[in-house]
Design a binder for this molecule. Structure first.
Ligand SMILES: NC(=O)c1ccc[n+]([C@@H]2O[C@H](COP(=O)([O-])OP(=O)(O)OC[C@H]3O[C@@H](n4cnc5c(N)ncnc54)[C@H](O)[C@@H]3O)[C@@H](O)[C@H]2O)c1
Length: 360
């Protein structure tokens, strides 16, 4: 039986715990907060450790990292040192270059250096120990995304000429209405940032549109919904194949909205992620705009997590590495676009993604 340690017993941690148990794994957790620890013990009925270091004395095969992003790399590194395979939740890390509240320039520089070194060490260990290392962008494991890729490859409405992604959510409405300040989303230094929270959109743009060459961005805090997290971002992207794209993310929209749109030479492909999750193709036929539902969404969102977890287990059990689009590096490629966007915002210029630090 595969023994899995889930680090972080909050919302996503509990989802992974339940799913891996249902897939026949033996699961234990790590959670520093006593009330959350007790909740997991009561609701899920598994052992939960207070401290990762102590928990790693057990003989686990793999770890799932479900802490706030601020701790992803240090927890993953500690697990990788013990030879554990890793499934790390998104986003892979923080934006190193962001100055955190209560930090001066010298402290920020030291933190950036430490975080970059940790990231380098992590990728080195993954390679040396041949670890299965995946990032938790579960949309990539979904039927609609597979369908969009297929429609583009088959040139159903010609060639793509523009990509657009929108992710609007209210930080007030997430987490069953717990105020943003009471969890990481409200705090920049913990990973609370609209681009990090909704990095799914940027991750999809890379997955479907291909490599991104450069970014222009404006991002900041435009409402008082959080204490320090940026709550709005507008990005303009140039893809390596010359096509353009845009992305919007925010944390203040009370009417949740998420969609992904590909404009092609002969029509448009739309995945409305907030509605009924259908993939729709729009084209002009005999002078009229026709909407054709090409994928009716039957899968529940939880299935995308299960697909991701199944692949993780299959790779571990069969001793194979995950396809590139699901591995940890693809998680860092998403972070490079986000870091390029922050730099663009800071310096008021177009930033090439290649300017951003690479740990491999
Ligand atoms: N893939 C997805 O769709 C998806 C969905 C939700 C969350 N997430 C990601 O998962 C991560 C966690 O989100 P969440 O909503 O579960 O947050 P959460 O606040 O509900 O849970 C995080 C838990 O981690 C615990 N924690 C903090 N530091 C820790 C440490 N060093 N070791 C162990 N536990 C620690 C906290 O006490 C908290 O209970 C975030 O990065 C988030 O972006 C991804």
């Amino acid at each position: 039986m595969t023994r899995i340690l889930v680090v972080g017993g909050g919302s996503i941690g509990q989802r992974h715990m339940k799913n891996f148990l249902a897939q026949g794994c033996e699961v234990e957790g790590v959670e520093p907060k006593e009330d959350v620890r007790n909740e997991v013990i009561k609701e899920i009925g598994i052992p939960v450790h207070e401290d990762l270091h102590k928990a790693l004395e057990g003989d686990f095969v793999a770890a799932v990292i479900g802490t706030p992003a601020r701790f992803h790399i240090e927890c993953a590194l500690e697990c990788a040192k013990k030879g554990l395979h890793i499934l790390c939740e998104k986003p892979l890390c923080l934006d190193f270059e962001e100055v955190h509240p209560k930090e001066d320039a010298a402290q920020q520089k030291l933190r950036t250096q430490r975080e970059q070194k940790n990231l380098k060490d992590l990728f080195k260990l993954i390679e040396e120990k041949k670890l299965v290392a995946m990032i938790g962008y579960m949309n990539r494991h979904s039927e609609p995304v597979k369908k969009i890729k297929e429609l583009i490859e088959q040139k159903v409405v010609g060639d793509p000429v523009a990509f657009h992604s929108e992710n609007s959510h209210s930080a007030n409405l997430m987490h069953l209405g717990h105020p943003p300040d009471s969890w990481f989303i409200g705090h920049k230094e913990m990973g609370g940032d609209t681009m990090l929270e909704d990095s799914h959109g940027i991750n999809l743009l890379l997955h479907i549109g291909g490599g991104i060459e450069s970014v222009m961005c404006m991002t900041g805090k435009v409402t008082d919904i959080t204490t320090t997290s940026n709550d709005n971002a507008e990005l303009i992207l140039k893809f390596k194949n010359g096509v353009y794209g845009t992305a919007h993310t925010d944390l203040f929209c009370n009417q949740s909205r998420a969609h992904f749109l590909v404009r092609c030479t002969e029509g448009t492909i739309l995945w409305d992620r907030q509605g009924d999750n259908d993939v729709v193709v729009m084209r002009v036929d005999e002078g009229k705009v026709k909407h054709e539902k090409v994928h009716s969404m039957k899968e529940k969102r939880d299935q995308w997590f299960i697909n991701e977890e199944k692949l993780f287990l299959e790779c571990i059990q069969q001793g194979k590495l995950p396809p590139l689009e699901y591995n940890l590096r693809s998680g860092y490629e998403t972070m490079k676009v986000i870091m390029a966007a922050s730099l663009s915002n800071k310096e008021g210029r177009t930033v090439k993604v290649d300017e951003i630090f690479s740990p491999y």
